[in-house]
Design a protein. Structure first.
Length: 290
């Protein structure tokens, strides 16, 4: 048995209002998984060694003192590329936490998990069921929504990697302050789209937020990607506000992802690479029985 936590395609929207940095996350069907077992050699095994100390720190904060020496062997595997804005670190932490807490027979409240995750690093909080509007630097949960139905995303990588911790927040805050009205409008439109199930409103909000992000962490192919997406019948684009990916948002049946991928590759060449085509899903911790 293993536990899985979803990554994201960036965020639907992100900004800063009333002194609080916020985002609406965008969980997708691409995961980090963790398996835990009693072991002769307790510890954390992960493809990314940087995760070891963070996982141990989180487990200790969640009530598992000296987690690495508590008789557990935790094996982490991820299908999420690091440094791209796809919540790979959050997914690793959440999957490991779910597996370890089951092994220890303990549970935790969502707000406590949020605060613990954010004490380690900024977090998309994808352990929250549904789609969540959160303060990703303070751990506050503002609202939860059902995931959008009938919406998929073709994920493009613009190259390079971004350290979320080193992200230039001072620059971001200045941009959000200058464009407070757009920040409020994007949040309001995204919330309304999620409540009513209007994926066009959600895509419009995501595109608005992604355009603002161009003033903070520009992605050179953005304008051309948006143009090609519209020409192919897609609804809009979203981005990783502190990462390198862009997402083309579309309704299945209205756009063929294979043709869209061919168009992007033909028109943009090696300016982008195709990461994958994914559905938006509910956040949370998924149990997988082998």
């Amino acid at each position: 048995m293993s536990w899985a936590a979803p990554g994201t395609c960036g965020e639907f929207v992100q900004g800063r209002l009333d002194g609080i940095d916020y985002l609406i996350n965008s969980p997708i069907d691409r995961f980090s998984t963790a398996t835990v077992r009693s072991a002769r050699r307790p510890g954390i095994r992960a493809a990314n060694p940087d995760r070891h100390s963070k996982v141990a720190q989180l487990l200790t904060m969640m009530g598992a003192p000296e987690a690495e020496c508590d008789g557990m062997e935790i094996e982490l595997n991820s299908d999420l590329p690091a440094g791209k804005g796809m919540a790979s670190s959050t997914a690793d932490l959440v999957a490991a936490m779910g597996a370890a807490m089951h092994h220890l027979g303990t549970t935790a409240l969502v707000p406590d998990v949020c605060r613990s995750l954010i004490a380690i690093e900024p977090s998309d909080c994808t352990h929250i069921p549904g789609v969540a509007h959160v303060g990703h630097l303070c751990g506050r949960v503002f609202r939860c929504f059902l995931p959008p139905s009938g919406l998929r995303v073709l994920i493009l990588d613009c190259g390079g990697s971004v350290d979320t911790v080193a992200f230039d927040r001072a620059r971001a805050h200045k941009v959000y302050a200058r464009h407070e009205r757009e920040v409020r409008d994007a949040l309001s439109l995204a919330s309304r789209g999620l409540v009513t199930g209007d994926v066009q409103q959600l895509a419009d909000a995501a595109t608005m937020s992604a355009r603002l992000s161009q003033q903070i962490l520009p992605k050179p192919p953005f304008e051309e990607v948006e143009r090609l997406a519209r020409s192919a019948g897609a609804l809009g684009v979203n981005c990783a506000h502190s990462g390198s990916v862009l997402g083309i948002l579309y309704r299945p049946g209205e756009v063929k992802p294979s043709l869209l991928s061919e168009l992007i590759i033909r028109e943009l060449g090696d300016a982008v690479s195709i990461v994958g085509d994914h559905a938006f899903i509910s956040g949370g911790i998924y149990v997988r029985r082998h």
